[in-house]
Design a protein around this ligand. Structure first.
Ligand SMILES: [Ca+2]
Ligand SMILES: [Ca+2]
Length: 256
């Protein structure tokens, strides 16, 4: 899937009817009908929000755009331009720097999302029946203990429990969009600090054999030189155990 910002849409100076809609509800496979749109989606307008589109279409209305995005992509986020009828579906919207808006593009109403804490830089992402709230931090490089403490300083915050391949892929997409070619490894919420080779997620669950097989890079975890903390390795898009004193970016999530 190609994740490419279509800035031309956002840069029209007269696009005063550009709305970002974000689903307030958990994913449902039920189709979206016109009358449901206002209940299931709400307009978001902010100079500091961007979306990572996964599909762009022409749609005759907001409702048609919603139907298209939900039915084709299970997408809970979209932008619709009422002047051009351009409809962009996205799996996530992110705060800030992915595609900064021009001054002429200050046309979105700020809508806060209390649970997702977007004002603190968290991004919402819909993944199957889950709604994730993630924040990728690369502006400081810290050891595991500091990364963990930073995440836990947010209400309901913790290091990201990246326990599926889909979550790793989403992390890759957000990382690549935000970093624009640079690469940062990111601490995630897994370690075997207490007992060697017994990895636990930050939610307290033991990491299963299947999770190890699917999520770690082949040959990892290696505990080479005593590695008890786990990073998302941005080049390989898989996990690797590293010494906990290594300094790295990290990814936090807000959990329910
Ligand atoms: Ca270890
Ligand atoms: Ca390793």
């Amino acid at each position: 899937m190609q994740y490419k910002m279509t800035r031309h849409l956002l840069s029209r100076p007269t696009v005063c009817q550009l709305y970002i809609y974000a689903c307030c509800l958990l994913y449902s496979s039920a189709p979206v009908f016109s009358s449901d749109v206002n209940k299931r989606f709400r307009a978001r307008s902010s100079t500091s929000l961007s979306l990572l589109p996964i599909g762009t279409y022409n749609a005759t209305s907001v409702s048609a755009c919603a139907v298209r995005c939900v039915s084709r992509h299970n997408s809970h986020y979209f932008a619709f331009d009422q002047e051009t009828n351009l409809c962009q579906c996205a799996l996530t919207i992110v705060q800030g720097t992915v595609s900064p808006l021009l001054p002429s593009e200050r046309l979105w109403d700020q809508v806060s999302d209390e649970r997702c804490n977007m004002s603190a830089g968290f991004a919402m992402a819909a993944l199957h029946n889950q709604q994730l709230c993630l924040k990728v931090i690369f502006s400081e490089q810290v050891n595991f203990a500091t990364a963990r403490a930073r995440c836990e300083a947010f209400d309901n915050g913790r290091l990201f429990v990246s326990d599926t391949v889909d979550k790793l892929n989403l992390l890759r997409q957000i990382h690549d969009a935000v970093m624009k070619g640079s690469r940062f490894n990111l601490y995630v919420g897994m370690n075997d600090i207490v007992t060697e080779d017994e990895f636990y997620w930050e939610d307290g669950r033991l990491v299963t054999e299947e999770e190890r097989r699917l999520l770690f890079n082949p040959g990892q975890p290696s505990n080479s030189g005593n590695e008890d903390c786990v990073m998302f390795a941005s080049r390989i898009h898989r996990l690797n155990d590293v010494p906990c004193y290594f300094k790295s970016g990290y990814v936090c999530e807000i959990h329910a």
